[in-house]
Design a protein around this ligand. Structure first.
Ligand SMILES: Cc1cc2nc3c(=O)[nH]c(=O)nc-3n(C[C@H](O)[C@H](O)[C@H](O)COP(=O)(O)OP(=O)(O)OC[C@H]3O[C@@H](n4cnc5c(N)ncnc54)[C@H](O)[C@@H]3O)c2cc1C
Ligand code: FES
Length: 253
């Protein structure tokens, strides 16, 4: 995966905020100077009154306006949701490594809010004319965010698109679409299954992982996972060494 160590604190203003699904929101942040962001990288947002910044994948980046797609969970996301156009926030970014983009035919998988970095990746692949197919899974039709270009949608309750988890279609997608690489973001169990299917079918997988983060810059070691490299188990931080990892190297629990 590509490592990028450039990061900066930006004073920024909210230029747009809107609800895009039952529990998800889009905000666009205009930084004081343009920010170059690679697909898979994230920013961390200071939330008023909270000690720890909250990390969010970059979903879009248009002329210095960074977009994120977020799901309301606790105090931090409630705070971000309460912001209004013109309000100031401070962000650090871009953080972490990025997807390694090659010309390989790509299957893109986003589960839940994991759609955000994969949608940005799709934009980058499309810009380079790299063949790709984007499949997403959501709990139900109300959780499908508006404004995201998706090729196939699955819902757990069958209220839209294919019925059931995106994982139910994965083996079939691999056989019918014949991808050379799978890029994915979503819950841990989804990524674990994707990595295992990748190994079984001999396909490279690149997975964007999430871990609850404290420092966000590789110092506190609070977001460590284990990787297998050359027969050895080594530690890696999701915030600095990741969040994108080779699925076949992750030691899945
Ligand atoms: C690299 C990275 C990229 C992310 N990208 C996105 C994104 O694009 N959109 C999005 O909606 N969310 C994303 N997340 C998750 C997001 O950071 C958490 O939802 C957010 O920090 C929760 O903050 P809170 O104060 O609202 O909730 P808290 O009150 O802190 O927690 C509420 C719930 O959220 C869970 N939670 C807290 N932090 C995380 C975390 N880092 N990962 C997963 N669950 C968490 C807690 O376990 C708890 O159950 C990302 C996380 C990481 C590490
Ligand atoms: S959050 Fe501190 S090392 Fe990753």
């Amino acid at each position: 995966m590509i490592k990028d160590r450039v990061k900066k604190i930006y004073k920024a203003k909210i230029s747009e905020i809107k609800q895009v699904a039952a529990t998800s929101y889009f905000i666009e942040i205009q930084a004081d100077s343009p920010i170059e962001v690679k697909a898979g990288q994230f920013i961390s947002i200071y939330c008023d009154g909270l000690t720890l910044r909250r990390p969010f994948s970059v979903f879009s980046n248009n002329n210095g306006k960074i977009g994120i797609l977020f799901k309301e969970r606790g105090k931090g996301t409630k705070y971000i949701k309460s912001l209004k156009v013109g309000d100031s926030i401070d962000i650090i970014g871009p953080l972490g490594n990025s997807f390694n983009i090659t010309s390989k035919k790509a299957l893109l998988i986003g589960a839940g809010i994991g759609v955000a970095p994969i949608s940005y990746l799709k934009e980058k692949l499309d810009e380079k004319d790299i063949e790709n197919y984007f499949v997403c899974g959501f709990q139900n039709k109300d959780e499908i965010p508006s404004g995201v270009k998706i090729d196939k949608i699955c819902t757990d309750d069958g209220s839209y698109g294919e019925i059931g988890s995106v994982l139910n279609y994965l083996q079939w997608l691999i056989e019918s679409y014949n991808p050379e690489v799978i890029y994915a973001c979503g819950p841990y169990i989804v990524l674990k299954n994707i990595a295992q299917l990748g190994i079984k079918n001999g396909i490279e997988t690149q997975v964007a992982m999430e871990k609850v983060m404290a420092c966000g810059i590789g110092v506190c070691r609070g977001c460590v996972i284990n990787l297998k490299k050359d027969g050895q188990i080594v530690n890696a931080t999701v915030c600095k060494d990741g969040p994108v990892f080779d699925g076949s190297e992750v030691v899945w629990q």
